[in-house]
Ligand binder design. Structure first.
Ligand SMILES: Nc1nc2c(ncn2[C@@H]2O[C@H](COP(=O)(O)OP(=O)(O)OP(=O)(O)O)[C@@H](O)[C@H]2O)c(=O)[nH]1
Ligand SMILES: [Mg+2]
Length: 519
C-alpha cells in the first residue's frame, strides 16, 4: 500500500495492468465515484417535495421537464449521411437482386449494407394487394356501391382461367411447403381428426423430431451446406422445404447440390441433370468411392474457393444433408480417402451429427438422412427413394409392379437371366423357381423374392433412372457413345479421375492429425 503513483508503478512492474480501484492508503477503495452515484440513486434518489406536497425536485429519471440540450454544430454530424437519387437506388436494387438470384455469385459483407432497405419487398405481401383495404366491400357492392366495373387483370376469359390456375398452383405449393416448414418433424397428414390413408409407421422414417433437430444443428453450424441428391432420382430426393427454410432464414449460407451415385446412370443422364440443376444452384456430379471416385477434385476445389471467400474466418464448416442412403457419409469418406463415417446400404445408418476435419481450415459435418413430410408422396414413392428398410415392409410383392414399370425389360432380363414374364406375379415366380426359393409344397416364396428385388433395385443392381426434364426421348447425337457405357460413367471420367488423385494427395498433405469429435 502506498500513494496512488507508487501503487500504479508497482502494478505496472508486476504486469498487473487491469483497470480497477487502486488501493490507496486512507481512501475508501471499496467504492469508486461511479458506484457511489449509483448507490445514491437507491438511497437518496427519491423525489423531494415541500410541506404542501408539491414537487421540488423530481427523482432521477422521472423528471418531465426537457433538459436544455444543445447539439454542438459539427460537420461530422453530417459526414455519414448520403443522398442518392431514386434512379440510382433502383439501379442498385436491380443489380443487387441479380446478384442475389445468381447462384454463381456471392454477396460478401452483407452486414455492411442496409439490406432490409435495399431488398425489394415482395409485392404479393404488400397491403396494396389486399383487396378489401384498397376497395371496401360497401364501395363495390350494396345500395351505395360506387364501382362501375370490376378491375380484372386479365384481358380475356382464357387469360383469367390461366392466371387462376397458376394462382391455385402457387397457393398449393405454398401450403404444402408451409405444412412441412411449420411442423418439420411433427409430421402428420391428419386433417380434422382423420387421415386419408393409414400409412405404415416405417414410411415415416427420417421425419422424427430428433432427426430434424440434428438437421437444424448441422445447418446452424455450417457455412456451406451440400445437398446430396441421388442421380437416379434427383427431384425425388430433393428437400424443397429445407431449401425454402434456408432461403428465408439463412440466406448468407451457401447451398450447393452434389449429384451422387453418378456411376449408376448413363453419362448423358448425369450431364443433363447437372445442366438442369445448375440453373438453380451450383451442381457437381460425384461418384463416392474410396478407391475409384469421380468429381472429388472439383468438390475439393470448390470447398477451397469457399474457404478463400471467407478468408477472415479461422475455418469453415461444410454440412452434408439429404435423403437417407444418398451417400452423404460415403462422400465424406471419399474426401478423406479413408473410413471415417459409418456407411451401410441401409437407410438411417448415421444417427447423430458428426464433425470431421478435412483440412486445417475446412471441417465436414455428417448429418442423418432427412425426409421432408409430404402428403403427396405415396408409399411407393417413399420406398423407391430408398428411405425404408425393405425387411420391415409388409407385403413387399405389392411394389414389384412399380419396379417393372420403372426398369427396362432388357435390364431385368440381363440382371436376373430370366425372360418371358407377363406380369409381376409371373416375374416373382420365375425368379423364385430359378433361385430355388420355394416354400412347402413348391409354392414360390413371394415375399422373400420381392424383398430381394427391392433391395437390388435400391442398391443399384438393376439399372434405372428418371429421365431429365425435356429429355424423355433419350440421348442426343453426340451422346451415343456415352450410352454404350450405360452403367459406368463413360470414358471421359478416366481422365478426370487422374485429376482427382492429384487433389487427394494435396488433401493428404494438408490434413492434420485425424480429429473426430462426436457430439
Ligand atoms: N454405386 C454407388 N453407391 C454408392 C455411392 N455413394 C454411396 N453409395 C452406397 O450407398 C449406400 C449408402 O451410403 P451412405 O454413405 O451410408 O449413405 P448416407 O446418406 O450416409 O445414409 P444415412 O446415413 O442413412 O443418411 C452405401 O451402400 C454406399 O456404398 C456411389 O457414388 N455409387
Ligand atoms: Mg450416413
Amino acid at each position: 500500500m502506498g500513494t496512488a503513483k507508487k501503487e500504479k508503478s508497482r502494478r505496472t512492474r508486476e504486469g498487473n495492468t487491469k483497470d480497477g480501484n487502486l488501493r490507496v492508503k486512507g481512501e475508501n477503495f471499496y467504492r469508486d465515484g461511479k458506484r457511489v452515484k449509483f448507490l445514491n440513486m437507491y438511497t437518496k434518489g427519491g423525489a423531494i417535495k415541500n410541506k404542501k406536497g408539491d414537487l421540488v425536485r423530481a427523482a432521477p429519471l422521472q423528471d418531465t421537464a426537457t433538459p436544455d440540450a444543445r447539439v454542438q454544430p459539427d460537420r461530422r454530424w453530417f459526414g455519414n449521411s448520403r443522398v442518392i437519387s431514386q434512379d440510382a437506388l433502383t439501379h442498385f436494387r436491380d443489380a443487387l437482386g441479380e446478384t442475389k438470384k445468381d447462384t454463381y455469385q456471392v454477396l460478401l459483407r452483407r452486414n455492411k449494407l442496409p439490406m432490409s432497405l435495399l431488398d425489394e419487398k415482395d409485392t404479393t405481401e404488400s397491403p396494396k394487394a389486399r383487396i378489401l383495404e384498397t376497395e371496401t366491400y360497401a364501395h363495390a357492392f350494396g345500395p351505395k356501391a360506387q364501382r362501375k366495373k370490376p378491375r380484372v387483370a386479365a384481358s380475356s376469359l382464357d387469360d383469367l382461367v390461366k392466371s387462376t390456375v397458376d394462382d391455385h398452383k402457387t397457393f398449393e405449393e405454398k401450403q404444402e411447403l408451409s405444412t412441412t416448414l411449420g411442423l418439420m418433424g411433427n409430421a402428420s397428414d391428419e386433417q380434422d381428426g382423420w387421415t386419408q390413408v393409414a400409412k405404415e409407421h416405417i414410411f415415416s422414417k427420417g421425419q422424427s423430431k430428433r432427426i430434424w433437430n440434428e438437421l437444424y444443428k448441422v445447418i446452424d453450424s455450417s457455412d456451406v451446406v451440400i445437398h446430396v441428391l441421388d442421380a437416379r432420382d434427383p427431384l425425388g430426393t430433393r428437400c424443397k422445404s429445407v431449401e425454402e427454410y434456408m432461403k428465408n432464414e439463412t440466406p448468407h449460407k451457401h447451398l450447393i447440390y452434389v449429384l451422387n451415385k453418378c456411376d449408376l446412370v448413363p453419362t448423358w443422364v448425369a450431364a443433363a441433370w447437372v445442366k438442369h440443376l445448375s440453373k438453380e444452384r451450383p451442381t457437381l456430379a460425384f461418384h463416392a468411392s474410396i478407391t475409384n471416385s469421380f468429381g472429388k477434385g472439383s468438390l475439393i476445389q470448390l470447398l477451397r474457393q469457399f474457404s478463400q471467400l471467407h478468408s477472415d474466418r479461422k475455418q469453415i464448416s461444410v454440412g452434408f444433408i439429404g435423403y437417407p442412403n444418398t451417400g452423404k457419409s460415403s462422400i465424406i469418406n471419399t474426401l478423406r480417402k479413408k473410413k471415417v463415417c459409418q456407411v451401410a446400404p441401409i437407410p438411417g445408418e448415421t444417427k447423430v451429427w458428426q464433425y470431421i476435419t478435412l483440412m486445417k481450415r475446412i471441417f465436414l459435418i455428417d448429418c442423418p438422412g432427412i425426409v421432408p413430410p409430404s402428403s403427396k408422396d405415396t408409399e411407393e414413392d417413399i420406398l423407391f427413394r430408398g428411405v425404408v428398410r425393405v425387411e420391415h415392409v409388409s407385403n413387399p410383392e405389392q411394389f414389384i409392379p412399380g419396379v417393372l414399370k420403372r426398369c427396362q425389360v432388357k435390364h431385368l432380363e440381363r440382371t436376373y437371366e430370366i425372360s418371358g414374364w407377363n406380369d409381376a406375379t409371373e416375374f416373382i415366380e420365375l425368379l423364385a423357381r430359378k433361385g430355388g426359393r420355394l416354400l412347402k409344397g413348391g409354392e414360390p416364396d413371394e415375399s422373400g423374392v420381392a424383398k430381394q428385388i427391392l433391395n437390388d433395385f435400391n442398391r443399384g443392381k438393376i439399372p434405372w433412372f428418371t429421365f431429365p426434364p425435356d429429355r424423355e426421348e433419350g440421348p442426343k447425337k453426340g451422346e451415343e457413345g456415352a450410352k454404350k457405357g450405360e452403367e459406368t460413367s463413360g470414358e471421359t471420367t478416366s481422365n478426370k479421375r487422374k485429376a482427382d488423385d492429384e487433389a487427394t494427395e494435396e488433401v493428404a498433405k494438408e490434413t492434420t492429425e485425424p480429429k473426430k469429435v462426436k457430439v
